[in-house]
Design a protein around this ligand. Structure first.
Ligand code: DX5
Ligand code: ZN
Length: 219
């Protein structure tokens, strides 16, 4: 399957959010990656329901919500109601991952799990059937514009091998420090979805950059 590109609006111009969403809407981006931070799970605060609600009607692109928050179970229904199509919570933020996956799917959203750079992929293997998306963090979550952690590549390979061995449809998403410099090696390792914040929004022409990222790997 062709890979997907999910620009992260954490790197958008918040004073011109409508304009930036319109740009993504007109672009070939597949998903809109929405980074929610609570100042507790990560040392930064971004935005929450009101922003998601405001941007949802501006595009029919999939809203891919990455919750970097403690006690994510408390807010699953509210994120679904605000327009999340995919709800990804952190492995490190819940004691009841299996239950949380069921809870997310009960809202009609797809269920994702994000792993911090230090968290091993095999910790998910016992419930991999329940997970629609695994988001491998390739930076420490909390901020855009950080350097890609290369040890993520082996995690992608190991996770991909297990997904293929079991014939699952679970997608692998890579989040943090992704751009043209590493997209190809990530796709070769088995990534399905590339999140790109700075690479897209700091580019001279964001739409062109999305096209370039989409074309990686095509001859
Ligand atoms: C980091 C966020 C990322 C971030 C990626 O905590 O989860 O989605 O926006 O930004 P870049 O692509 O700039 O590393
Ligand atoms: Zn993210």
């Amino acid at each position: 399957m062709k890979h997907l590109i999910a620009p992260s609006i954490l790197a958008a111009d918040f004073a011109n959010m409508g304009r930036d969403i319109q740009m993504l809407h007109e672009s070939n981006a597949d998903w809109v990656h929405v980074d929610v931070m609570d100042g507790r799970f990560v040392p930064n605060i971004s935005f929450g329901f009101p922003v998601l609600k405001a941007i949802k009607p501006l595009t029919d692109k999939v809203m891919d919500c990455h919750l970097m928050i403690v006690e994510p179970e408390k807010y699953v229904e509210a994120f679904a109601a605000a327009g999340a199509d995919i709800i990804t919570i952190h492995y490190e933020a819940t004691n009841h991952l299996h239950r949380a996956m069921q809870q997310i799917k009960a809202t009609g959203a797809k269920a994702g799990v994000a792993l911090n750079p230090h968290t091993r992929v095999d910790l998910l293997f016992d419930i991999l059937e329940e997970i629609d998306l695994v988001c491998l963090m390739s930076v420490n979550p909390g901020f855009g514009g950080q350097k890609f952690i290369y040890s993520t590549l082996q995690k992608v390979r190991d996770l991909k091998a297990e997904i293929e061995r079991r014939n699952l449809t679970t997608k692998i998403e890579i989040d943090g420090g992704v751009g043209l410099q590493n997209a190809e090696v990530l796709l070769q390792a088995g990534a399905d979805v590339l999140v790109a914040g700075s690479a897209v929004f700091k580019a001279d022409n964001p739409k062109d950059m999305i096209d370039k990222l989409k074309q990686v790997g095509a001859e």
